[in-house]
Design a protein around this ligand. Sequence first.
Ligand code: SF4
Length: 478
Amino acid sequence: MTPDQGFSFDREGPREECGVFGVYAPGHEVSRLAYFGLYALQHRGQESAGIATCEGGMITTMRDQGLVSQVFSEEKLAAMQGDMAIGHVRYSTTGGGSWENAQPIWRDDGREVALAHNGNLTNAVELWGELKEQGLKFRGTSDSEIIAALLSSHDGKMIEDAVADVMPRLRGAYSTVVMTKRAIVAFRDPHGIRPLSLGRLGDRFVVASESCAFDIIGAELMREVHPGEMVSLTERGLETRQVVKAERRASCVFEHIYFSRPDSRLEGRVLQQSRGRMGEILWREAPVEADLVISVPDSGNPAAAGFARASGLPRDDGLIKNRYVARTFIQPGQELRKHGLRLKFNPLPEIVAGQRLVVVDDSIVRGNTTRQIVGMLRAAGASEVHLRISAPPIRNPCHYGVDMSTREEMIAHNRSIEEIAAELEADSLAYLSIAGVYEAIGGDPGEHCDACFTGDYPLGDPDEADGKYALETASSGV
Ligand code: SF4
């Protein structure tokens, strides 16, 4: 169901598109390590999950639609033994959400590979055309399968040679993990758009989209994979190679604001603290006369705590979230639909009635959920509702692997802050400035992407047509 129909089960915010994981650890239960690594990365994608393992030169891949806990069982994991494993959780960016597009992708065009990718290629259609001309066939319509085909069909003797040759041909965002019968190789685009970290598990090594996947399996974060770098995990241990010269760094600033888990460490900072600082700066930039600070749980919690800390205002939980509303939720039907968002958020009149509220959230995309929340809080007796958002207004789509809706669907598109406040029926509305975001993360704007806020695309203005279904459109014309 779309929010237009007046009900949304899921957070309507931008959706992260995938988490990747890889471990080379003979002697360990690698499929179980991958399972728990993916479990920690579940927030990055809930459409499908998959694991590939390699035992004695045999690659086994298992993937399906659903959450990690729905796709795998004890029996399935027990059947997947080996020295190494890779894994993937997915929310579709390029290509629809069909089973064929679930990952890890398996291909054998001369070299057997399993591959997991987070990001979005901006030259996918062009590369797909070249590969089709060479006679390669595709099962799905994801740009990840293009990377897999390029590596699988490459005649370089070692996978590392193939990766080194293919990386310069890829444009856009790619944090990728590929497994062969001998090695796991992880590589990241030269702008470092999507995250990818390297960890140590005893004397073995592991890679993952976020460091929270290391914590859960007892591994230790070493560092991020550098932009343009390839890391190879084999029997010889860890080998690294700077394949493509790092270009202007353009790490996604939204990872700091919302996507990554608050307990993950990114660019040397734990995100819970960065988000708390965003709330503190938001108070400094947009103070308001109020009685109580509440958050839109869970993602608004750290910034609400920071806002309350800086303002000296009390903070309480005025909205209670049902943590178990999954995307596969059964449709509520007509009778329940009128209760709308209450299936997800329930306001507490005993906390909010008669109060001038500051409601802190991390972002607004289309605004449907926010409008419903404001209405629910008023119905519960709040005397005023002041929205404070710990990110700037989102006015531009992402072309580097995040689903943001179209420009026209965004509530901030062609509207002033006052007009947005009126649309949301809030007494006041303020967003954190982009300078405030960089102050909070201690980061340099010249090393990040903030295009969805500023419209300044670090890789140049992309072709709007090269969107989520570009490959499907191109392939249907063949
Ligand atoms: S456009 Fe926004 S979401 Fe996309 S990479 Fe840039 S900062 Fe991240």
